[in-house]
Write a protein that binds this ligand. Structure first.
Ligand code: BGC
Length: 382
Protein backbone atom coordinates (compact mmCIF):
# COMPACT_ATOMS: atom_id res chain seq x y z
CA UNK A 1 0.00 0.00 0.00
CA UNK A 2 2.70 2.44 1.08
CA UNK A 3 4.74 1.43 -1.93
CA UNK A 4 1.77 2.05 -4.26
CA UNK A 5 1.23 5.50 -2.72
CA UNK A 6 4.93 6.27 -3.14
CA UNK A 7 4.92 5.22 -6.81
CA UNK A 8 1.70 7.16 -7.48
CA UNK A 9 3.30 10.20 -5.81
CA UNK A 10 6.39 9.88 -7.98
CA UNK A 11 4.23 9.58 -11.07
CA UNK A 12 2.24 12.68 -10.11
CA UNK A 13 5.44 14.65 -9.51
CA UNK A 14 6.80 13.57 -12.88
CA UNK A 15 3.72 14.39 -14.95
CA UNK A 16 1.63 17.34 -13.85
CA UNK A 17 -0.96 19.68 -15.20
CA UNK A 18 -0.74 23.46 -15.21
CA UNK A 19 -3.47 25.88 -14.20
CA UNK A 20 -4.15 26.31 -17.94
CA UNK A 21 -4.60 22.57 -18.29
CA UNK A 22 -1.47 21.84 -20.38
CA UNK A 23 0.34 18.72 -19.36
CA UNK A 24 4.10 18.75 -19.04
CA UNK A 25 6.79 16.36 -17.93
CA UNK A 26 9.83 16.82 -15.75
CA UNK A 27 13.06 16.40 -17.75
CA UNK A 28 14.38 12.86 -17.36
CA UNK A 29 17.93 12.06 -16.25
CA UNK A 30 20.22 9.06 -16.58
CA UNK A 31 23.69 8.15 -15.27
CA UNK A 32 26.56 9.43 -17.44
CA UNK A 33 29.50 7.82 -15.64
CA UNK A 34 31.84 9.17 -12.99
CA UNK A 35 34.61 11.71 -12.61
CA UNK A 36 38.16 10.48 -11.96
CA UNK A 37 37.59 11.17 -8.26
CA UNK A 38 34.44 9.00 -8.25
CA UNK A 39 31.72 11.66 -8.37
CA UNK A 40 28.56 10.56 -10.21
CA UNK A 41 27.67 12.51 -13.37
CA UNK A 42 24.06 12.75 -14.60
CA UNK A 43 22.71 13.50 -18.06
CA UNK A 44 19.44 15.47 -18.38
CA UNK A 45 17.16 15.39 -21.43
CA UNK A 46 15.13 18.42 -22.53
CA UNK A 47 12.74 18.20 -25.45
CA UNK A 48 9.71 19.82 -27.06
CA UNK A 49 9.09 16.76 -29.25
CA UNK A 50 10.94 18.41 -32.19
CA UNK A 51 14.37 19.29 -30.86
CA UNK A 52 16.13 17.49 -28.02
CA UNK A 53 19.11 18.51 -25.91
CA UNK A 54 21.09 16.42 -23.44
CA UNK A 55 23.16 18.19 -20.82
CA UNK A 56 25.59 16.71 -18.31
CA UNK A 57 26.24 17.88 -14.75
CA UNK A 58 30.00 17.66 -15.51
CA UNK A 59 30.85 21.17 -16.69
CA UNK A 60 27.09 21.89 -17.23
CA UNK A 61 27.97 20.55 -20.67
CA UNK A 62 25.74 20.38 -23.72
CA UNK A 63 26.33 16.78 -24.85
CA UNK A 64 23.75 16.25 -27.61
CA UNK A 65 21.49 18.52 -29.65
CA UNK A 66 19.12 16.83 -32.10
CA UNK A 67 17.63 19.12 -34.74
CA UNK A 68 15.44 18.35 -37.82
CA UNK A 69 16.53 19.00 -41.42
CA UNK A 70 14.37 20.05 -44.41
CA UNK A 71 12.76 16.55 -44.48
CA UNK A 72 12.27 16.37 -40.73
CA UNK A 73 15.24 14.03 -40.33
CA UNK A 74 17.01 14.52 -37.01
CA UNK A 75 20.78 14.83 -36.57
CA UNK A 76 22.87 15.50 -33.51
CA UNK A 77 24.58 18.76 -34.50
CA UNK A 78 27.24 19.07 -31.81
CA UNK A 79 30.48 17.25 -31.05
CA UNK A 80 30.91 15.30 -27.83
CA UNK A 81 31.23 11.91 -26.15
CA UNK A 82 28.96 9.13 -24.99
CA UNK A 83 30.08 9.29 -21.35
CA UNK A 84 31.87 11.34 -18.72
CA UNK A 85 35.16 9.55 -19.44
CA UNK A 86 35.35 11.10 -22.92
CA UNK A 87 34.92 14.58 -21.44
CA UNK A 88 37.82 13.94 -19.04
CA UNK A 89 40.18 12.72 -21.76
CA UNK A 90 42.95 14.77 -23.39
CA UNK A 91 40.86 14.78 -26.58
CA UNK A 92 38.33 17.13 -25.01
CA UNK A 93 38.87 20.62 -26.35
CA UNK A 94 36.08 22.22 -24.26
CA UNK A 95 33.34 20.40 -26.20
CA UNK A 96 29.92 21.88 -25.29
CA UNK A 97 30.98 23.00 -21.83
CA UNK A 98 30.10 26.01 -19.73
CA UNK A 99 33.37 27.90 -19.98
CA UNK A 100 34.74 30.09 -17.20
CA UNK A 101 35.09 31.70 -14.71
CA UNK A 102 36.59 33.72 -17.58
CA UNK A 103 36.34 32.23 -21.03
CA UNK A 104 38.92 33.05 -23.74
CA UNK A 105 42.33 34.46 -22.82
CA UNK A 106 43.84 36.54 -20.02
CA UNK A 107 47.31 37.81 -20.93
CA UNK A 108 50.05 35.92 -19.08
CA UNK A 109 47.40 34.81 -16.55
CA UNK A 110 47.77 38.10 -14.68
CA UNK A 111 45.52 41.00 -13.75
CA UNK A 112 45.28 43.73 -11.13
CA UNK A 113 42.07 44.42 -9.27
CA UNK A 114 41.58 46.91 -6.42
CA UNK A 115 45.37 47.32 -6.17
CA UNK A 116 46.09 43.59 -5.84
CA UNK A 117 47.80 41.45 -8.48
CA UNK A 118 46.29 38.04 -9.22
CA UNK A 119 48.07 35.15 -10.93
CA UNK A 120 46.17 32.43 -12.75
CA UNK A 121 47.33 29.24 -14.45
CA UNK A 122 48.92 29.69 -17.87
CA UNK A 123 47.44 26.81 -19.85
CA UNK A 124 47.66 28.25 -23.38
CA UNK A 125 51.35 28.95 -24.02
CA UNK A 126 52.00 32.07 -21.97
CA UNK A 127 48.32 32.88 -21.42
CA UNK A 128 45.38 31.76 -19.28
CA UNK A 129 42.57 30.12 -21.31
CA UNK A 130 38.94 29.25 -20.49
CA UNK A 131 39.13 29.48 -16.69
CA UNK A 132 42.24 27.39 -16.08
CA UNK A 133 42.81 23.81 -15.02
CA UNK A 134 40.89 21.25 -12.95
CA UNK A 135 38.76 23.78 -11.03
CA UNK A 136 37.58 25.60 -14.17
CA UNK A 137 33.78 25.60 -14.46
CA UNK A 138 34.02 23.14 -17.35
CA UNK A 139 35.76 20.54 -15.18
CA UNK A 140 33.57 20.39 -12.08
CA UNK A 141 30.26 18.65 -11.31
CA UNK A 142 27.32 21.05 -10.97
CA UNK A 143 24.08 20.57 -9.00
CA UNK A 144 21.02 20.16 -11.23
CA UNK A 145 17.42 21.25 -10.71
CA UNK A 146 15.19 20.03 -13.54
CA UNK A 147 11.82 21.73 -14.01
CA UNK A 148 8.92 21.98 -16.41
CA UNK A 149 6.06 24.38 -16.85
CA UNK A 150 3.51 25.28 -19.51
CA UNK A 151 6.24 27.11 -21.46
CA UNK A 152 8.69 24.23 -21.75
CA UNK A 153 11.36 22.15 -20.06
CA UNK A 154 14.49 23.37 -18.33
CA UNK A 155 17.32 22.42 -16.05
CA UNK A 156 19.18 24.85 -13.84
CA UNK A 157 22.77 23.98 -12.96
CA UNK A 158 24.44 25.72 -10.01
CA UNK A 159 27.98 25.71 -8.70
CA UNK A 160 29.85 27.75 -6.12
CA UNK A 161 33.49 28.26 -7.01
CA UNK A 162 35.37 28.97 -3.76
CA UNK A 163 37.50 32.08 -3.20
CA UNK A 164 40.94 31.46 -4.73
CA UNK A 165 39.86 28.69 -7.11
CA UNK A 166 42.18 28.76 -10.14
CA UNK A 167 43.58 31.97 -8.60
CA UNK A 168 40.38 34.02 -8.96
CA UNK A 169 39.15 36.15 -6.04
CA UNK A 170 35.74 35.73 -4.34
CA UNK A 171 33.28 32.94 -3.71
CA UNK A 172 31.44 32.93 -7.02
CA UNK A 173 28.00 31.30 -7.29
CA UNK A 174 27.09 30.59 -10.88
CA UNK A 175 23.82 29.37 -12.33
CA UNK A 176 23.34 28.17 -15.91
CA UNK A 177 19.84 27.33 -17.08
CA UNK A 178 19.15 25.47 -20.31
CA UNK A 179 15.56 25.71 -21.54
CA UNK A 180 13.65 24.39 -24.57
CA UNK A 181 10.32 26.14 -25.14
CA UNK A 182 7.27 24.10 -26.14
CA UNK A 183 6.38 26.32 -29.08
CA UNK A 184 9.78 27.18 -30.54
CA UNK A 185 12.76 25.14 -31.79
CA UNK A 186 15.24 27.01 -29.64
CA UNK A 187 17.71 26.23 -26.91
CA UNK A 188 17.98 29.13 -24.46
CA UNK A 189 20.88 29.46 -22.06
CA UNK A 190 20.60 31.87 -19.13
CA UNK A 191 23.56 32.65 -16.90
CA UNK A 192 23.64 34.40 -13.53
CA UNK A 193 26.48 34.90 -11.08
CA UNK A 194 27.04 36.59 -7.72
CA UNK A 195 30.22 37.06 -5.73
CA UNK A 196 31.43 38.25 -2.32
CA UNK A 197 34.59 39.96 -3.72
CA UNK A 198 35.08 41.86 -6.98
CA UNK A 199 36.14 39.34 -9.63
CA UNK A 200 36.19 38.99 -13.42
CA UNK A 201 33.41 36.87 -14.97
CA UNK A 202 32.95 36.01 -18.65
CA UNK A 203 30.79 32.97 -19.34
CA UNK A 204 30.03 31.18 -22.57
CA UNK A 205 29.01 27.83 -23.99
CA UNK A 206 31.68 26.14 -26.09
CA UNK A 207 29.50 23.89 -28.31
CA UNK A 208 31.11 22.76 -31.57
CA UNK A 209 28.41 22.85 -34.28
CA UNK A 210 28.15 20.93 -37.50
CA UNK A 211 24.64 21.39 -38.88
CA UNK A 212 25.05 18.42 -41.25
CA UNK A 213 25.54 16.26 -38.14
CA UNK A 214 28.56 15.86 -35.88
CA UNK A 215 31.27 13.73 -37.49
CA UNK A 216 29.90 14.10 -41.04
CA UNK A 217 32.71 16.16 -42.62
CA UNK A 218 33.99 19.72 -42.46
CA UNK A 219 31.96 22.90 -41.95
CA UNK A 220 33.75 24.65 -44.85
CA UNK A 221 30.55 24.53 -46.95
CA UNK A 222 28.37 26.02 -44.20
CA UNK A 223 27.33 29.60 -44.84
CA UNK A 224 27.90 32.05 -42.05
CA UNK A 225 26.68 35.54 -41.35
CA UNK A 226 28.06 37.48 -38.38
CA UNK A 227 26.36 40.70 -37.31
CA UNK A 228 29.61 42.59 -36.68
CA UNK A 229 31.34 45.51 -38.40
CA UNK A 230 34.51 45.07 -36.35
CA UNK A 231 36.69 42.72 -34.34
CA UNK A 232 39.32 42.90 -31.61
CA UNK A 233 42.78 42.89 -33.23
CA UNK A 234 45.18 40.49 -31.49
CA UNK A 235 48.91 39.88 -31.10
CA UNK A 236 50.71 36.62 -31.96
CA UNK A 237 49.43 34.97 -28.77
CA UNK A 238 45.81 35.96 -29.55
CA UNK A 239 45.70 38.67 -26.88
CA UNK A 240 43.89 41.87 -27.96
CA UNK A 241 46.14 44.81 -28.74
CA UNK A 242 43.28 47.12 -27.70
CA UNK A 243 42.53 48.13 -31.28
CA UNK A 244 39.00 47.55 -32.61
CA UNK A 245 39.40 47.02 -36.37
CA UNK A 246 36.87 47.12 -39.18
CA UNK A 247 36.13 43.84 -40.99
CA UNK A 248 35.74 45.80 -44.25
CA UNK A 249 37.96 44.39 -47.00
CA UNK A 250 39.23 41.52 -44.82
CA UNK A 251 38.49 37.76 -44.85
CA UNK A 252 36.74 38.39 -41.51
CA UNK A 253 33.83 40.19 -43.18
CA UNK A 254 30.75 37.96 -42.67
CA UNK A 255 28.21 40.80 -42.71
CA UNK A 256 26.59 39.05 -45.67
CA UNK A 257 26.42 35.21 -45.59
CA UNK A 258 29.67 33.70 -46.91
CA UNK A 259 30.87 30.08 -47.22
CA UNK A 260 33.22 29.53 -44.29
CA UNK A 261 35.74 27.86 -46.62
CA UNK A 262 35.68 30.73 -49.12
CA UNK A 263 38.53 32.77 -47.61
CA UNK A 264 39.77 30.57 -44.75
CA UNK A 265 43.11 30.08 -46.57
CA UNK A 266 43.81 33.77 -46.00
CA UNK A 267 43.74 33.28 -42.22
CA UNK A 268 45.21 29.78 -42.17
CA UNK A 269 48.90 30.72 -42.14
CA UNK A 270 48.45 33.34 -39.42
CA UNK A 271 48.65 33.04 -35.63
CA UNK A 272 44.94 32.06 -35.49
CA UNK A 273 45.47 29.10 -37.90
CA UNK A 274 41.97 29.58 -39.31
CA UNK A 275 39.12 31.63 -37.90
CA UNK A 276 39.64 32.22 -34.20
CA UNK A 277 38.48 35.80 -33.88
CA UNK A 278 36.42 37.85 -31.49
CA UNK A 279 33.76 39.89 -33.26
CA UNK A 280 32.38 43.07 -31.74
CA UNK A 281 28.64 42.70 -32.35
CA UNK A 282 26.56 45.51 -33.79
CA UNK A 283 24.19 47.14 -31.32
CA UNK A 284 20.81 45.51 -30.66
CA UNK A 285 17.68 47.03 -32.14
CA UNK A 286 16.34 49.95 -30.10
CA UNK A 287 14.74 48.74 -26.87
CA UNK A 288 15.70 45.08 -27.38
CA UNK A 289 18.06 43.39 -24.90
CA UNK A 290 19.13 40.65 -27.34
CA UNK A 291 21.11 41.21 -30.50
CA UNK A 292 21.64 38.93 -33.45
CA UNK A 293 25.15 37.48 -33.27
CA UNK A 294 25.29 35.03 -36.18
CA UNK A 295 23.36 32.87 -38.62
CA UNK A 296 24.88 29.51 -39.57
CA UNK A 297 23.38 27.46 -42.43
CA UNK A 298 24.13 24.05 -43.88
CA UNK A 299 22.99 24.36 -47.52
CA UNK A 300 22.58 20.59 -48.00
CA UNK A 301 20.31 19.78 -45.03
CA UNK A 302 19.03 23.38 -44.88
CA UNK A 303 19.37 23.34 -41.11
CA UNK A 304 19.82 26.91 -39.99
CA UNK A 305 20.82 28.29 -36.61
CA UNK A 306 20.42 31.89 -35.48
CA UNK A 307 22.45 32.90 -32.45
CA UNK A 308 21.02 35.73 -30.37
CA UNK A 309 22.63 37.15 -27.26
CA UNK A 310 22.79 39.88 -24.66
CA UNK A 311 26.63 39.64 -24.85
CA UNK A 312 28.66 42.27 -26.76
CA UNK A 313 30.86 39.84 -28.73
CA UNK A 314 31.10 36.41 -30.32
CA UNK A 315 34.22 34.29 -30.85
CA UNK A 316 34.22 32.41 -34.14
CA UNK A 317 36.47 29.36 -33.86
CA UNK A 318 36.55 26.94 -36.80
CA UNK A 319 37.85 23.82 -35.04
CA UNK A 320 41.41 24.52 -36.19
CA UNK A 321 42.85 22.17 -33.57
CA UNK A 322 40.43 19.27 -34.01
CA UNK A 323 42.70 16.32 -34.64
CA UNK A 324 40.54 13.37 -35.69
CA UNK A 325 39.56 12.35 -32.16
CA UNK A 326 36.82 9.70 -31.92
CA UNK A 327 33.59 10.94 -30.33
CA UNK A 328 29.94 9.91 -29.98
CA UNK A 329 29.03 6.66 -31.77
CA UNK A 330 32.70 6.25 -32.78
CA UNK A 331 32.45 9.20 -35.20
CA UNK A 332 35.67 11.02 -36.09
CA UNK A 333 36.08 14.75 -35.52
CA UNK A 334 38.47 15.93 -38.22
CA UNK A 335 40.22 19.30 -38.59
CA UNK A 336 37.52 21.96 -39.20
CA UNK A 337 34.65 19.51 -38.83
CA UNK A 338 32.80 21.95 -36.54
CA UNK A 339 32.71 25.58 -35.54
CA UNK A 340 32.04 27.37 -32.29
CA UNK A 341 30.09 30.61 -31.95
CA UNK A 342 30.93 31.59 -28.38
CA UNK A 343 28.94 34.59 -27.16
CA UNK A 344 30.97 36.54 -24.61
CA UNK A 345 32.72 39.76 -23.59
CA UNK A 346 35.99 40.63 -25.35
CA UNK A 347 39.09 38.54 -24.51
CA UNK A 348 41.44 39.85 -21.80
CA UNK A 349 38.91 42.57 -20.86
CA UNK A 350 40.28 42.57 -17.32
CA UNK A 351 43.49 44.15 -18.68
CA UNK A 352 41.72 46.59 -21.05
CA UNK A 353 39.90 49.32 -19.14
CA UNK A 354 38.41 50.62 -22.41
CA UNK A 355 36.61 47.33 -23.16
CA UNK A 356 33.14 46.69 -21.65
CA UNK A 357 33.89 45.56 -18.12
CA UNK A 358 33.86 41.93 -16.98
CA UNK A 359 34.25 42.83 -13.29
CA UNK A 360 31.42 41.59 -11.11
CA UNK A 361 31.05 43.42 -7.80
CA UNK A 362 29.45 41.97 -4.64
CA UNK A 363 26.62 44.50 -4.96
CA UNK A 364 25.79 43.38 -8.53
CA UNK A 365 24.35 40.31 -10.23
CA UNK A 366 25.80 39.04 -13.49
CA UNK A 367 23.14 38.08 -16.04
CA UNK A 368 23.53 36.93 -19.61
CA UNK A 369 21.36 35.14 -22.14
CA UNK A 370 22.07 33.34 -25.42
CA UNK A 371 19.54 31.66 -27.70
CA UNK A 372 20.30 29.09 -30.40
CA UNK A 373 17.25 29.20 -32.67
CA UNK A 374 16.75 26.48 -35.30
CA UNK A 375 14.79 26.67 -38.54
CA UNK A 376 14.89 25.51 -42.16
CA UNK A 377 16.77 27.88 -44.49
CA UNK A 378 14.44 29.59 -46.91
CA UNK A 379 11.36 28.72 -44.86
CA UNK A 380 11.69 31.83 -42.70
CA UNK A 381 13.58 35.09 -43.00
CA UNK A 382 17.36 34.62 -42.78
C1 BGC B 1 39.71 29.46 -28.64
C2 BGC B 1 40.73 28.68 -29.39
C3 BGC B 1 41.04 27.43 -28.64
C4 BGC B 1 39.78 26.65 -28.43
C5 BGC B 1 40.05 25.48 -27.54
C6 BGC B 1 38.48 28.63 -28.51
O1 BGC B 1 37.52 29.31 -27.78
O2 BGC B 1 39.43 30.70 -29.23
O3 BGC B 1 41.91 29.43 -29.59
O4 BGC B 1 41.98 26.64 -29.29
O5 BGC B 1 38.80 27.45 -27.81
O6 BGC B 1 39.15 24.50 -27.73
Amino acid sequence: MLRTLFITGLFMAASMTTAQGNSFDQPASSPFGKTKSGEAVELYTLTNGKITAKIATLGATLVQLHVPDKDGKLADVILGWDDAAGYQSDDNQYFGCTTGRVCNRIAKGKFKLDGKEYTLATNNDVNHLHGGLDKALSKVVWKARPYANDKGQGVEFTYTSPDGDEGYPGNLTVSVTYFIPTDNNALRINYTATTDKATPVNLTNHAYFNLAGAGSGTILDHNLRINADSFTAVDDTLIPTGEIKSVEGTPLDFRKPVRIGERIDQVDKTSTQGYDHNYVLNAPEEGKPMRLAAVLTDPASKRQMRVMTTEPAVQLYTGNFLKGQKGKDGKTYAHRSACCLETQHYPDSVNHPKFPTTILKPSDKFTSQTVFQFSIAGAAKE
